[in-house]
Design a protein around this ligand. Structure first.
Ligand SMILES: Nc1ncnc2c1ncn2[C@@H]1O[C@H](COP(=O)(O)OP(=O)(O)O)[C@@H](O)[C@H]1O
Ligand SMILES: [Mg+2]
Length: 257
């Protein structure tokens, strides 16, 4: 855990789990909710509340029943796992938010928490795609492809590369990409072809769900293939990826209905 923050966290009564629970359940104005569902609650906690010089991303993993809780208590929470993998990736210089801390489960504390930096001035890719005014993002395919390829070439496999798990940050002179929601991320010593195919198929499937198949097909995938060396390119069958994405999409739809 970055030492500077560890001290701040233990000194900071606002970051005790009981206080975080209160802030979230009372929907206090210092907490801006980003997402809430049965598994997770995610939001941004204002720095003015904690006295820290910056805002904090707070992700709460919600209690999902006694046996699930018991397993996480014994084997470690999702928050702890997320913190550890995020730290490894961040230390390697990969584009992920800086991890600050996790708050583990106890018998009394049935939700775990993960705290990280907030990617300022950013939007996830779904929001960008759904906003027709954002035409300036048209050239994003090249930047995104470069980042996904570098991620894969470093030996990382995201494991859930949907569009909402990709943040695009707008800086005064350029845009940057960040990967989030790294629960299922794995880090290998070398590029992992099976993992790369899985990531690309997940990305493609989400593109299908969002009605962005043409963009993925004609812009993103060619750019991605141009960014990877030929020994890897030769082992990636784009038609297989598309086929897998279509099949997974149908399967998921069938499960829903
Ligand atoms: N570090 C961050 N900085 C800015 N926004 C974030 C950050 N982490 C998450 N978000 C926003 O919150 C949303 C949900 O976060 P995520 O970690 O993907 O939760 P979930 O596991 O529920 O999908 C993201 O799609 C993104 O819009
Ligand atoms: Mg997510």
């Amino acid at each position: 855990m970055p030492r500077k923050f560890l001290r701040l966290l233990s000194d900071n009564p606002f970051l005790l789990s009981a206080n975080l629970e209160r802030i979230i359940s009372n929907r206090e104005e210092s907490f801006v909710l980003e997402k809430h569902d049965v598994s997770t609650t995610v939001g941004i906690l204002a720095g003015r509340y904690t006295g820290l010089p910056h805002d904090l991303l707070v992700k709460r993993f919600n209690y999902k029943g006694f046996f699930h809780f018991l397993a996480k208590l014994v084997f470690g929470s999702r928050a702890q796992h997320l913190y550890k993998i995020n730290l490894r990736l961040w230390e390697m210089g990969l584009p992920v938010p800086e991890p600050f801390a996790c708050i583990e489960l106890t018998w009394k504390q049935r939700n775990s928490f993960y705290l990280s930096s907030v990617i300022e001035n950013s939007m996830n890719l779904v929001h960008i795609f759904n906003n027709p005014q954002l035409s300036k993002y048209e050239n994003i395919a090249c930047l995104l492809a470069r980042n996904v390829a570098d991620w894969h070439l470093a030996g990382a496999v995201h494991g859930d590369l949907k569009w909402s798990n990709i943040l695009v940050q707008e800086n005064p002179d350029a845009m940057s990409i960040f990967f989030i929601d790294l629960d299922q991320t794995k880090l290998y010593g070398a590029p992992n072809i099976a993992g790369i195919i899985k990531d690309l198929a997940r990305f493609y499937r989400n593109g299908l769900e969002l009605g962005a198949e043409a963009w993925v097909d004609s812009k993103f995938l060619p750019e991605y293939m141009a960014c990877v060396p030929s020994d890897i390119k030769n082992r990636i069958d784009v038609d297989h990826i598309k086929d897998k994405a279509h099949k997974d999409w149908k399967k998921k739809d069938r499960r829903r209905t």
